[in-house]
Design a protein around this ligand. Structure first.
Ligand SMILES: Cc1ncc(C[n+]2csc(CCOP(=O)(O)OP(=O)(O)O)c2C)c(N)n1
Length: 686
């Protein structure tokens, strides 16, 4: 099925050649502009997107262009006329595979045409494409020789959900944390110039990722420079949640104020009045001059701005990119796309389809039904309950409302809810400012994303001993998202900061209790908890605090004492049953309960520490330091993640691989001290 905008475009083309007389005026360029504008009109003002589905779009007799494309060199052999059909096939392939594997969905449907056009025009992999975040690279993977592997996406040993240099030469730069693309592509552009290479460097960044300061740092550096850098803004008017902040208004204005209004007005004329083509062409020619905005913020930063252009008109994109390919200096192309394009439910609800699990494409997502309560939900409930009790509570998220369990809070307490955009550094210093004035900020942030705000944590919060609670979701292994998102390092990098406390709840009930404890303290505290559900301990409704820095003996054994930090407590308990070991729920990586530590060291021959973080500098290392400080010499086995990046895959399988199960813990202990053997019962228990 042809897209309406192209149909209108072709109607004019045919009319013009029949007419002959106006051929001279109706240049290819004007036609393209007519096409783009009409398409915009239809796409954004009239098209009943909610009644379209993928099957409806594709029809039954699809040519298998995609099967034939093993690399971009094959793609380049297609005629331009084939590209819309290829886009349809690619979309269908995405629906087919992502519904089977789970993963980022709506963002990928939105970048189909842009990906085709980029590989069609640029000479990849020689030219470098740097995809920001990289969650939208599934079409890129499919076109660059990985189509057959799409069924393995995000599974152990399979394709990563993000670009990885070791996965393909077409993945020019590894990404997953946002807003790095312009910096990386600029670095490449500079290197190209210095080495005399003719390669091009292209950064493709979303409007959500453009909310981060790093993107502006890079543009500030790149603008007015002599380097051949193309920045493409993929503007779908969405982050994971609806976009926030002034930039969003600016982009809307950029399009809304001029382009949309013109497109709508002219589109109406085209469709309703059908003026003589000559007049129309002249008029459009005049009007389209204004499409090149003279004073965009990007131009002020030293880029040459082109746009906005329709990101679903693949042939139009090819034309635009071909022109930009030939230009030098910093270029900025503003492309407008629709998140979820081509799959009706995803277009209507791009938030739900941002990163769904498996689903039946014919039905779409179903409500989850009864599933175990997750740590994220425990946090979300605690946040609302504490906000009810204390009007000073304010909550901050750097663009992760859904993932951090803050939807209910944002609805119930809109004036105390702050989505600051993808801006972790700002989120932390913003919290510091709130705390200075007597409010009680809670920053909900994934462990992996707090890495971005390390200096702010030290310099703005801890140094001033400001009482900010950091709710660190996704601590430990995250699974399918892989090493870029792993929450391995927060114990190590937070416990070394003066004035900080680090809480490691073992289960859901304790998570709520330790959040309340953190909230009651007069200094910064991180409360770290994993993705998903724990052992399912019932959560009590009260908001009482546990003692600060106090551990709890969970099982009394002899010989070996296992000191457990966080949810691995329950695996340690199972292992201890057969080793007859003592188990302590340490609860705090900082401050350590020195009294219990001393008791354990004095009453046991060997100590074992267990944590779901890196062994290097983590909680086990803290135990070693404390023992040394107390002058206690004991054999200590530190169990955690080794000094290597973890892989992606099913977290249960990965935890087995990394030996962080009851069986793995018992085995490690027996290997370390062969006289400590698990009883046969272990094999039954585990
Ligand atoms: C530093 C960082 N913070 C948060 C995230 C989580 N995250 C992944 S995608 C995304 C939204 C990106 O929006 P946009 O760039 O507009 O891409 P879209 O999904 O809309 O195509 C966010 C917040 C991240 N990847 N990196």
């Amino acid at each position: 099925m042809r897209r309406p905008g192209i149909g209108v475009f072709e109607f004019f083309r045919r009319s013009s050649s029949e007419n002959g007389a106006i051929d001279a005026f109706l240049t290819e360029e004007i036609f393209q502009r007519i096409g783009i504008m009409c398409q915009f009109y239809l796409t954004f003002f009239e098209m009943p997107v909610n009644c379209r589905s993928v099957n409806h779009l594709f029809g039954p007799n699809m040519d298998a262009l995609l099967e034939w494309i093993q690399s971009p060199s094959h793609l380049k052999k297609l005629s331009r006329e084939n590209l819309p059909s290829l886009a349809q096939e690619l979309r269908e392939r995405l629906v087919e595979t992502v519904s089977q594997t789970g993963g980022h969905f709506s963002s990928n449907l939105g970048t189909v045409e842009l990906t085709i056009a980029l590989h069609y025009v640029f000479n990849t992999p020689e030219d470098r494409l740097v995809w920001d975040v990289g969650h939208q690279t599934y079409p890129h993977k499919i076109l660059t020789g990985r189509n057959a592997l799409m069924g393995s996406l995000r599974q152990k040993g399979g394709l990563s959900g993000f670009p990885r240099r070791e996965e393909s030469v077409y993945d020019a730069f590894g990404t997953a944390h946002s807003s790095t693309s312009i910096s990386a592509a600029l670095g490449m552009a500079v290197a190209h110039k210095q080495t005399g290479s003719q390669r091009k460097a292209v950064a493709i960044i979303g409007d959500g990722a453009l909310t981060a300061g790093m993107a502006y740092e890079a543009m500030n550096n790149a603008g007015n420079s002599p380097y051949d850098l193309l920045v493409i803004l993929n503007d779908n008017d969405m982050s994971i949640s609806p976009p926030v902040g002034a930039l969003n208004h600016y982009l809307a204005e950029l399009m809304g104020g001029r382009f949309y209004a013109q497109a709508k007005k002219l589109g109406e004329q085209v469709l309703r009045n059908a003026p003589p083509l000559f007049a129309l062409a002249k008029h459009l020619e005049e009007q389209t001059q204004n499409l090149i905005q003279p004073h965009t913020i990007f131009e002020k930063l030293g880029f040459t701005y082109t746009g906005p252009v329709d990101g679903h008109d693949v042939q139009g994109l090819v034309d635009t990119l071909q022109k930009l390919h030939k230009t030098s200096g910093p270029q900025f192309l503003h492309v407008v796309t629709r998140k979820g394009k081509g799959y009706a439910q995803a277009e209507m609800d791009p938030v739900a389809y941002h990163g769904p699990g498996k689903f039946d494409p014919a039905v779409g997502l179903r409500s989850a039904g009864q599933s175990p309560v997750t740590f994220t939900q425990v946090f979300g409930q605690w946040l609302c309950d504490m906000a009810d009790k204390d009007p000073r509570l304010v909550a901050i998220t750097p663009a992760m409302r859904e993932g951090s369990g803050m939807v209910a809070f944002s609805q119930r307490f809109p004036s105390r809810y702050h989505d600051v955009g993808i801006a972790e550094q700002h989120a932390v210093t913003f919290a510091a400012g709130l705390a200075c004035e007597g409010l009680k900020p809670v920053v909900a942030i994934y462990s992996t994303f707090l890495q971005r705000a390390y200096d702010q944590l030290i310099h703005d919060v801890a140094l001033q001993k400001l009482p900010v609670v950091f709710a660190l979701d996704r601590a430990g292994l995250v699974g399918a998202d892989g090493p870029t998102h792993a929450g391995m390092y927060d114990i190590a990098f937070t416990r070394c900061i003066p004035n900080m406390s680090v809480a490691c709840p073992a289960d859901e009930k304790e998570c709520r209790q330790l959040l309340s404890t953190a909230y009651s303290l007069d200094h910064p505290v991180t409360v770290r908890y994993p993705r998903g559900a724990g052992v399912g301990t019932p959560v009590e409704a009260d908001l009482s605090a546990l003692p600060w820095g106090k551990a709890q003996v969970k099982r009394q054994g002899e010989g070996v004492a296992i000191l457990a930090f966080g949810p691995l407590l329950y695996e340690a308990l199972k292992a201890a049953q057969t080793l007859n070991a003592t188990v302590v729920n340490m609860r705090w990586a900082k401050p350590l309960d020195l009294q219990i530590l001393k008791d354990m060291a004095q009453t046991h021959d060997r100590l074992v520490t267990v944590e779901d973080g890196t062994r290097k500098g983590g909680a086990g290392a803290a135990v070693l330091e404390a023992l040394q400080d107390m002058g206690l010499v004991k054999p200590v086995l530190v169990i955690g993640f080794e000094d290597e990046f973890t892989e992606h895959g099913d977290p249960k399988v990965l935890m087995q691989d990394y030996g962080l199960t009851a069986e793995g813990i018992a085995q490690r202990i027996s290997q370390q001290w062969p006289d400590v053997q698990s009883t046969p019962m272990l094999r039954r228990v585990v």
